[in-house]
Structure formats: structure tokens, C-alpha cells
Ligand binder design. Structure first.
Ligand SMILES: Cc1cc2nc3c(=O)[nH]c(=O)nc-3n(C[C@H](O)[C@H](O)[C@H](O)COP(=O)(O)OP(=O)(O)OC[C@H]3O[C@@H](n4cnc5c(N)ncnc54)[C@H](O)[C@@H]3O)c2cc1C
Length: 418
């Protein structure tokens, strides 16, 4: 069913009785050309672009829970293209361009809102680093603008500029950055893939990967074995566990990242604002009015999708330091997601040592913005057995050879610091 203004009007006048489910609920077949393990944003985008760009539709997405239950439905939804390292820079630029056409492409309102992101800096050194990043972004063909304190005061009047501990020196504005509604992204991609013939199979956990003589044969699942010519792993926080089913040991650790949301408020924060002092802090206001914010990882490896109280306190401390007005808001919910932290902080989209087995992961806490390009590049790799130019730097062997590492944060091989 196609969405249009006319359709919405008609359904509104006829009791909304004509809407049908967005995707089918098929039983798994015995065999597929491609099996995708993981129905998060990246898995669904891969299925969507396999069908749309490469005409490969005999595809199953196997999801152990439900669509949108993983990190794709748990993140703070910031979409931006301000990466600096060659490899990352062109990839995120590609992703932002895909975001800009995604709603028309999917015929689905993913509420992509290019409200602009402002990254604050609080020292001369931080301003230099911000300028360097901005110049790299501009060289890539994207946009960045330096804002003075005077300009910031007009744009973000609610910040505490008078604090002596971390005075604000200025900010970098990325106008095309913003947010999108996370669930809608998963639902829109699922619907788009399903309409092209992809089977989306929920409540189907992959428990084993079958190989013979170095060639993939299929997967074992909680709903029986499924044969496949190609198997694509894309399970975010569960990457190490699922890759271990094929005997692989990955340069990835899983860590918890929390997010927080307040009660719904009248519109007061127009941009995404991020702040590097006191750890890390970022905030935006959702379309429902809640202030959505977060900080750094909890700091230890874990598979628990919930976080610790010290980090909650730390994030609230940063929020109060930056914008004391937030102390008047009531915090409504907090939750955690399991982040697949790679040792250089950049992702992997590559073949594996097993013929027909592919791996996509290591998105750390930045994979929401990557969803369209990740799916686009992974589908290209699976269909054509050669990397897409925009994702060609995300090779798995860089961790073994040391060549082509993309340490965006410059923190060295410490998963929890990226
Ligand atoms: C609190 C928080 C804030 C974040 N904020 C941002 C942000 O502002 N901007 C940004 O760009 N990124 C952000 N991220 C990161 C982003 O959400 C992730 O990098 C991205 O969603 C990961 O990819 P995914 O959507 O495919 O993951 P997921 O949605 O987690 O998908 C993986 C799926 O694999 C399934 N799976 C696992 N094991 C199996 C198995 N054995 N068999 C079958 N299925 C399996 C899981 O159930 C899951 O549904 C944030 C993350 C969190 C937690």
C-alpha cells in the first residue's frame, strides 16, 4: 500500500480501517540466496538495497527478537556527516546524501529533520581541533560553519555562558545534520524490503553457521535449519558472539551506552547540541517534546541492555553544567543498548575467510546515521563480491596488518575510549 496525502485523508474519513500490515509474517523457507542475520537498521537496509539495487529478492532477514527492538530503536537518533578520517569521511557523506532522499525512496515518513548540529568548544585547542575537522568536512563536499559566542548566544540563549569552570568559546554548526525517528527508519526499510519480496522473519534466532570445506552452507535457527548460498552477519552488539559461530575472533568488544528522555515539553531546543567537557554530552528535542540526551559508554564490557547509575549521574551533571534550565524537567525514562566497539572506533564491512560469509559491524555508538550507506555498501559487497567505493576502507584485515586503521578519536586501540 502506498502512502499519500489523499490516502491519509480517505482513511481518516473511513475510520482508518483500510491500513494493512507493513510487512508480511512469512514462515522461513528451506533455502534462500541470501540470509541476513539481524533485523536491525543495518540488516534491513542491506535487504532493501539488495532487492532495490541488485534485484536479489530471494532473501531472508532473520531477527531473534522483533524489528526495532535492538539499537536501531534505542539510539538518540543523531544523523550527521562530520567525520574526518579518509575512509570514514566519504562514507558518512554518502550516507547523509542517502538520508536526504530516503523518505521519497521508501514512500515512508522517517521524520528526518535537518535541524542542524552545533558542537561546542571550550578552549583554544578544542577550537583548533574543531576547525581542522570542519575543513576536512568541507573538503569532502559537505558543510560546516564556525559560530562565535555572540552568534551562539542568539541561537542557543538557554546555555550558561557565564560559568567559570568550562567557558564556551564558540561552536561549529553542521546545518545538514539533525535527527530522524528511529523506529520509523526500521519500519520503513522493513516495508520497502518486504514489498520487493524479502522475507522478514522475527522471533528466529540464529544458533549456528554451517560451513563445509571453507564454504558457507546456511544457518541453524530456533525455527530449524535454513540453507543459503550467502550468509551476512549484521548483529551490532552481538557481533562477537555470532561471528564465533563461524570460528571467528573479532577486534570488537561490547559495551553499554545509555540514553535518557524527559517528559514532553514545549519546543525549546531547536538543534542537536553537543558538548565535549565533563566527558561527553549531546541533546536534542524529539517531536513528542521530550529532551533526548546521552553521554559516554558506561566504561566496562557488558551484554546488559541497561546502564549504571554513576553514568546517569555523570550525564545529568554535564546537562546541568551546560543548561541549568534542564533541572526543571523531570526525567521520564532511561535505557541502554549494546554497542559493538571496534578497536579503532571505525566499522567493518567485508568478506570473511569463509566463502559466502560476510561481516558488517563495529559501528560503535555511531551506527544510526550510517544505516543507509551501510546497507547500500553491504548489499553491493554481497551482490558483486567487491566493495562499494564509499565503504572500501572498512576492511577486516586492517586490524591484523595495521594498515588503514581509522582512529577517528585518536585514542589508540582502546575499545571503550572511541
Ligand atoms: C543509547 C544509544 C544512543 C545512540 N545514539 C546514536 C546516535 O545519536 N547516532 C548514531 O548514529 N548512532 C547512535 N547509536 C548507535 C546505533 O544505534 C547503532 O550503531 C546501530 O543502531 C547498530 O546497528 P543496527 O541498527 O543494525 O543494530 P540493532 O538494531 O541492534 O540490530 C542488530 C539485530 O541483530 C539481532 N540479533 C543479534 N543476535 C542475533 C542472532 N543470533 N540471530 C538473529 N538475530 C540476532 C538483534 O536482536 C538486533 O535486532 C546509539 C546507540 C545507543 C544504544
Amino acid at each position: 500500500m502506498a502512502f499519500s496525502a489523499l490516502r491519509v485523508l480517505k482513511e481518516g474519513l473511513t475510520g482508518n480501517s483500510g491500513w494493512t500490515p507493513h510487512w508480511r509474517d512469512p514462515a522461513p523457507k528451506d533455502e534462500y540466496d541470501v540470509v541476513i542475520i539481524g533485523g536491525g537498521g543495518h540488516g534491513l537496509a542491506t535487504a532493501y538495497y539488495l532487492a532495490k539495487d541488485h534485484g536479489i529478492t530471494n532473501v531472508a532477514v532473520l531477527e531473534k527478537g522483533w524489528i526495532g527492538g535492538g539499537n536501531v530503536g534505542r539510539n538518540t537518533t543523531i544523523v550527521r556527516a562530520n567525520y574526518m578520517m579518509p575512509g570514514n569521511s566519504e562514507f558518512y557523506s554518502h550516507s547523509l546524501k542517502l538520508w536526504e532522499g530516503l523518505e521519497q525512496d521508501l514512500n515512508y515518513n522517517v521524520m528526518h529533520s535537518q535541524r542542524g548540529q552545533i558542537t561546542l568548544f571550550n578552549s583554544d585547542g578544542a577550537r583548533d581541533a574543531a576547525m581542522r575537522r570542519a575543513n576536512a568536512v568541507i573538503n569532502q563536499g559537505d558543510d560546516a560553519e564556525l559560530l562565535s559566542v555572540g552568534q551562539l548566544k542568539k541561537t542557543l540563549p538557554y546555555l550558561d555562558y557565564d560559568q567559570t569552570r568550562f567557558p564556551i568559546y564558540g561552536g561549529m554548526l553542521y546545518r545538514r545534520a539533525g535527527t530522524a525517528r528511529h523506529d520509523a527508519v526500521a519500519w520503513g526499510l522493513a516495508r520497502g524490503a518486504d514489498r520487493r519480496g524479502v522475507d522478514i522473519i522475527q522471533n528466529c534466532e540464529v544458533t549456528g553457521i554451517d560451513t563445509q570445506g571453507g564454504v558457507v552452507q546456511g544457518v541453524q535457527t530456533s525455527r530449524g535449519p535454513i540453507r543459503a548460498k550467502k550468509v551476512a552477519i549484521v548483529v551490532a552488539g552481538r557481533s562477537a558472539q555470532v561471528a564465533a559461530m563461524a570460528g571467528m575472533r573479532l577486534p570488537i568488544e561490547s559495551h553499554v551506552l545509555q540514553a535518557f528522555v524527559t517528559e514532553g515539553l514545549k519546543p525549546c531546543i531547536d538543534h542537536v547540541v553537543s558538548y565535549g567537557m565533563l566527558g561527553h554530552f549531546y541533546i536534542s528535542q524529539s517531536d513528542k517534546g521530550g529532551l533526548v540526551f546521552g553521554g559516554n559508554l558506561d566504561g566496562y564490557a557488558s551484554y546488559a541492555a541497561r546502564g549504571n547509575l554513576p553514568m546517569a549521574e555523570h550525564v545529568c551533571e554535564a546537562a546541568m553544567t551546560l543548561m541549568p534550565m534542564i533541572g526543571r524537567a523531570k526525567m521520564l525514562r532511561s535505557w541502554g543498548g549494546i554497542m559493538d566497539m571496534s578497536s579503532d572506533g571505525s566499522p567493518i564491512i567485508d568478506k570473511t575467510h569463509i566463502d559466502g560469509l560476510y561481516f558488517n559491524g563495529g559501528w560503535c555508538y555511531g551506527g544510526f546515521k550510517a544505516i543507509p550507506a551501510s546497507g547500500n555498501c553491504y548489499a553491493h559487497l554481497i551482490a558483486q563480491d567487491r566493495p562499494h567505493p564509499a565503504g572500501a576502507g572498512f576492511r577486516l584485515d586492517r586490524f591484523a596488518t595495521g594498515r588503514g586503521l581509522m582512529d577517528e578519536e585518536g585514542t589508540g586501540s582502546q575499545h571503550n575510549l572511541h
